[in-house]
Design a protein around this ligand. Structure first.
Ligand SMILES: [Mn+2]
Length: 265
């Protein structure tokens, strides 16, 4: 029985399934997914569908891409209500029309359309997979149930799994962040510098370890940092799987918490 963590799958559904095989994932183990299941990669739909039916020993956490997906669906629902469009939630063509209306109203209001559905994922789901407003609402409700982090004890360490960074108090990060939530979702190098937990271990993703110049650059292997002052281990396990086409060092990583063993696919 072991606890595994995978982060930043970004629609790399096939690699994700291969990883489950690689670690021999069974009903006796548990798996925490540290967010960013969707966007950028080709198979956001498959990831959303897999998450909907995922077994109880899989615990998803939300990443910034899920948080943004929620916001896009909310904008669609708000416009539908405000303009009394009465969009049929089971109709793909009416969902497509609602999507276009959102873009139209943004243009009319002088808001850059590029702020909405930044990665085009909602558009693709509607245009290429026949997705309806009803499905989008179901997925956004699913995401709303996902916590921002999970805490568990591994050996003698308090272990936190989070998308980007963890801090116990807003005071420690208030120079750069206005809420702990923003730190959970968006922290970069501050995760090591300002975040952490005394005698703890933080497992995060968010910043691919294949990007030169980033704090976590490690040739596509997981990045590990030890903060002596806090006696806290920090891991960035986003090895940039979705960037693989452009970067041969990129891969999908999975860490087993008990012995910190890392698997790559
Ligand atoms: Mn992210």
């Amino acid at each position: 029985m072991a606890v595994y963590v995978i982060s930043d799958i970004h629609g790399c559904y096939e690699e994700f399934l291969r990883m489950l095989e690689e670690i021999n994932f069974s009903y006796e183990d548990s798996l925490i997914l540290a967010g960013d299941f969707i966007d950028r990669g080709k198979h956001s739909l498959e990831m959303l569908e897999w998450l909907e039916g995922c077994p109880v020993n899989v615990q998803p956490i939300r990443g910034n891409h899920e948080e943004e997906f929620l916001a896009y669906v909310d904008v669609m629902l708000q416009l539908d209500q405000k303009e009394e469009l009465a969009t049929d939630r089971n109709s793909n063509s009416e969902t497509a029309a609602l999507y276009s209306s959102v873009q139209y109203f943004m243009k009319q209001s002088g808001i850059a359309v590029s702020y909405f559905d930044v990665y085009g994922t909602v558009r693709n789901l509607i245009d290429h997979s026949g997705v309806t407003l009803g499905q989008l609402c179901r997925w956004s409700e699913m995401i709303r149930q996902m916590p921002y982090y999970r805490e568990l004890t591994v050996g003698d360490r308090a272990c936190i799994v989070v998308h980007a960074g963890y801090t116990e108090s807003l005071k420690d990060i208030s120079a750069l962040y206005s809420s702990r939530k923003d730190f959970f979702l968006y922290a970069r190098e501050e995760s090591c510098q300002m975040g952490g937990k005394p005698h703890g271990m933080i497992i995060a993703g968010h910043t691919p370890t294949v990007i030169k110049g980033e704090f976590s650059y490690h040739h596509g292997k997981v990045f590990r940092y030890y903060n002596q002052e806090k006696d806290c281990i920090f891991y960035d396990i986003d090895c940039g799987c979705v960037l693989r086409d452009r970067n041969p060092q990129a891969s999908l990583a999975c860490i087993r918490l008990e012995d910190e063993k890392v698997f790559y696919v």
